[in-house]
Design a protein around this ligand. Structure first.
Ligand code: SAH
Length: 257
């Protein structure tokens, strides 16, 4: 089960069923399916289903609770989304941090909730007290309140980004041994320094610097080779090429003298 299945989006006291539908759609586009409703003012109607536009499954599966406390009872991390910044004494996160923190918890594994308030009045102080942290989308302070489904979209997107970043990381970790070959061990610090020393000499021998100070080019070349995470074999190959370049430079020097 993907970790994102342990992340729920809780809509508290929603007034317009259409917003619930739009929120379901916003979630599904980002691969999130766990919508939870707390005491919606009106039952889901045609408008809700119309605005879910293909996310009827998310809408239909959404459980309804009487209170926020019940809806998040099994959660280890509860993040309240608030249109007004610094209203409560909760740690305030940017959406990206909220997304990352939620995913990290869900991976543990633990249950996580993002909580969204009423269209007109947001979340009550009591409801915010149930949250462990707050997320504020840094909107224009003069016009700070997003439409409920738009706020859901921003947070769902951040969870998605966090998930994609994590996938990329684990793929590149898995791919790393293949880059170096299955049994090739990574070059040691000393082997790399030996190669850099020879590279410096070889560049002198072929008169690469032409009177310029060598430091800047060497810094860039070091960065390039360190980024490549060379294996021992690759260092040997590169040093072989450098040795040949140095030999040819010596021969050319003799021929020219
Ligand atoms: N007038 C209300 C706004 C409610 S908007 C108020 O001032 O609180 C409905 C819900 O969307 C909010 O409760 C919140 O969960 C979410 N939301 C809207 N704008 C947001 C923002 N800038 N940052 C985080 N959440 C936001």
């Amino acid at each position: 089960m993907p970790a994102t299945r342990r992340i729920r989006f809780v809509l508290v006291g929603t007034q317009h069923p259409g917003n619930i539908g739009a929120a379901a759609r916003a979630m599904k586009t980002m691969g999130l399916h766990r919508l939870v409703l707390v005491a919606p003012l009106r039952a889901l109607d045609e408008d809700a289903y119309r605005r879910s536009a293909g996310a009827e499954d998310v809408l239909g599966d959404a459980p309804v609770f009487g209170s926020l406390a019940e809806a998040v009872a099994d959660c280890t991390l509860v993040i309240g989304c608030t249109a007004r910044s610094r209203r409560v004494s909760l740690e305030e996160l940017l959406p990206a941090d909220g997304g990352r923190r939620a995913l990290a918890k869900a991976v543990e594994p633990a249950e996580v909730a993002f909580v969204f308030g009423r269209e007109r009045t947001g979340l009550t102080n009591e409801e915010l007290q149930l949250c462990h942290a707050a997320v504020h989308i840094p909107s224009d302070p003069a016009f700070s309140s997003l439409n409920l489904a738009a706020a859901v979209q921003v947070l769902a997107y951040e969870v998605r980004l966090a998930q994609l970043t994590q996938l990329q990381l684990s793929e590149s970790r898995q791919a790393a041994p293949q880059v170096a070959g299955p049994r090739e061990s990574a070059a040691s610090h000393a082997q790399l320094e030996g190669m850099f020393g020879q590279l410096g000499e070889a560049l002198d021998d072929i008169d690469f610097h032409k009177g310029r100070a060598p430091e800047s080019a060497m810094r860039k070349l070091r960065r390039l080779f360190l980024r490549a995470e060379l294996s021992e074999q690759e260092v040997r190959l590169l040093r072989g090429i450098l040795s040949d370049a140095q030999r040819m430079a010596r021969l050319a020097g003799k021929a020219g003298s």
